[in-house]
Ligand binder design. Structure first.
Ligand code: ATP
Ligand code: MG
Length: 325
């Protein structure tokens, strides 16, 4: 059987009044059924764009001049609108970054769930119990502003998993929660996904969380997936210099007494076809070929890497500026 999700060399461009922003610049990713993939990368690297693209949820006027997205063999970018709506309803689910904001403030939780799950014979109270909400009948009568962030996350997870989707895209579902609530919501999300055989793309800034919950990790930079492999392999021995820099800059990994490294320079904002490797200006491993020749995907140490000079360890990777902790 073909993989559940194939994103193949996609270019995506937002158009604003003054300019074009190329948010995806030849992004590729494949995910199998039931696979858990953490997608990481600095702010602006294209994670949310990749997620929205998969549900064809990008704002109108956004262009995809190149590439393909296949969900279960169906070409998402070519489907007529009614088929896209069906795909979203039957196969995909999203956990939004801001679950309270995604709810209608004028409707009680129960009413929204019923509307969202119209054609599903779901027992709403049972659905909420599944995400460990203790008094579901009470919560169903509340308005969004009356529930906590953690509760809203649980409701969002319940809503997303109600139809047992083939693919769940969770965009940093736990960003603003305290760590215990976060952990609990992530546990629920990944446990329900495992029970249902759901493939998960978790768009995240939390490398530790990805290490715990995702078998695979995809590292994005400048609108491309620059390293993609088993989470254990990638985090223990990153091959792309950017992955190494990201790890060295992760506050959760800095041991007591060690310095926290930050990645020098700023991420690119692309406007058209870039030349060479877009990480080259920030990369200590860069050679003469890097600014000139665009790296093609290659297999290094059992994973896919887009780099002319892969290798290195977290200790030797380019993390230029040092700041005392
Ligand atoms: P974050 O970690 O902050 O969520 P991200 O990896 O999800 O970042 P995206 O939101 O996909 O990154 O953004 C990729 C690029 O596209 C950025 O340069 C961003 O400014 C730009 N961008 C995103 N949405 C729009 C939009 N609606 N209009 C114009 N540019 C956009
Ligand atoms: Mg985002």
């Amino acid at each position: 059987t073909p993989p559940l999700l194939v994103i193949d060399d996609v270019v995506t461009e937002y158009r604003t009044a003054t300019r074009v922003v190329r948010a995806l610049d030849g992004a590729s990713l494949t995910a199998g059924r039931g696979e858990t993939v953490g997608i990481v990368g600095e702010s602006g690297s294209g994670k949310s764009t990749l997620g929205l693209l998969t549900g064809r949820l990008l704002p109108s006027g956004t262009r995809c001049p190149r590439g393909r997205v296949l969900v279960d063999g169906e070409s998402v970018l070519d489907l007529p609108p009614d088929r896209v709506a069906r795909l979203r309803r039957e196969r995909l689910a999203f956990v939004p970054q801001d679950p309270i904001g995604a709810l209608d403030p004028t409707l009680r939780i129960g009413r929204q769930l019923r509307l969202a799950l119209r054609d599903t014979p779901a027992d709403l109270a049972a659905l909420l119990e599944q995400v460990r909400i203790r008094d579901p009948e009470h919560v169903l009568r509340l308005y969004p502003h009356q529930i906590s962030g953690g509760m809203a996350q649980r409701v969002a997870v319940a809503m997303a998993m109600a139809r047992k989707p083939a693919l769940l895209i969770a965009d940093e579902p736990t960003a603003a929660l305290d760590s215990q609530v976060r952990e609990e919501v992530l546990r629920l999300l990944f446990t329900l996904a495992a029970e249902n055989g759901t493939t998960v793309l978790w768009l995240s800034h939390d490398l530790g969380g990805v290490a715990r919950w995702c078998a695979r990790i995809a590292v994005m930079y400048g609108g491309r997936v620059v390293e993609d492999g088993s989470t254990a392999d990638v985090l223990s021995a990153p091959q792309h210099p950017y992955t190494g820099a990201l790890l060295a800059a992760d506050p959760a990994r800095a041991k007591g007494g060690t310095r926290l490294l930050t990645i020098g320079g700023t991420p690119p904002v692309l406007t058209d076809d870039p030349q060479g490797c877009v990480f080259a200006p920030r990369c200590d491993s860069a050679g003469d070929d890097c600014p000139a020749v665009r790296p093609a995907p290659r297999t290094v140490a059992g994973r896919t890497v887009l780099c002319h000079h892969p290798g290195g360890t977290p200790e030797t990777v380019p993390a230029r500026k040092e700041s005392a902790r």
